[in-house]
Unconditional design. Structure first.
Lengths: 124, 106
């Protein structure tokens, strides 16, 4: 079954760090870039960036450099999002999403497969 | 930074046509896709590359894109279409989402 399985909900205090995982199955992991998108409660979708599943090279959206780190372990078909120095406004549902047609046509990607999201709650 | 603007809400009666717009500078020269997000669920693409419909998406969903506006049209809207809809495009290697439109079918 083609799917992205994300790790469970996290509850953290401000200033802490969190590591979210996204495990791919049912397809060849390195054929498709993985992106990360977050959604604050009651809000819209916000793109964080993407990771090259061949090289592990990350690309970050503006505003998501520094505290946000994308990585992967290709041996277990898993991508990770680490967020450090958590703030209350990092509270959101974090999704990983697969690019539909692989690496072709960069700049026109869309997502055909999404994880179910990992809820990160930051509160003192 | 590039912005995509959507109306916050659209209401339609069952069986009628729902039109959701997405505006951005020179948007007609970019590819637009649309996601449907039902409450408590992950987004699902319903239109990609302006007009294409993925397999499994009903024919009542269609898209267009010209000038500064992309449009998602749902013909014969059903109650199951009630959801949030997001447009998405790329600008200089940066992915941008619209703010989302809540479609109410009543």
């Amino acid at each position: 079954q083609v799917q992205l399985v994300q790790s469970g909900s996290e509850s953290k205090k401000p200033g802490a760090s969190v590591n979210i995982s996204c495990k791919a199955s049912g397809y060849t992991f390195n054929y498709f870039p993985l992106n990360w998108v977050r959604q604050a409660p009651g809000q819209g979708l916000e793109w964080l960036g993407w990771i090259n599943t061949n090289t592990g090279n990350p690309t970050y959206a503006q505003g998501f450099t520094g505290r946000f780190v994308l990585s992967l372990d290709a041996s277990v078909s898993t991508a990770y999002l680490q967020i450090s120095s958590l703030k209350a406004d990092d509270t959101a549902l974090y999704y990983c999403a697969r690019v539909a047609k692989g690496y072709s046509d960069y700049g026109n990607w869309y997502f055909d497969l999404w994880g179910r999201g990992t809820l990160v709650t930051v509160s003192s | 930074s590039y912005e995509l603007t959507q109306p916050p809400s659209v209401s339609v009666s069952p069986g009628q046509t729902a039109i959701i717009t997405c505006s951005g500078d020179d948007l007609g020269n970019k590819y637009v896709c649309w996601y449907q997000q039902r409450p408590g669920q992950s987004p699902v693409v319903v239109i990609y590359q302006d007009t294409k419909r993925p397999s499994g998406i009903p024919e009542r969903f269609s898209g267009s894109n010209s000038g500064n506006t992309a449009t998602l049209t749902i013909s014969g809207t059903q109650t199951m279409d009630e959801a949030d809809y997001y447009c998405q495009a790329w600008d200089t290697r940066t992915l941008v989402f619209g703010g989302g439109t809540k479609l109410t079918v009543l």
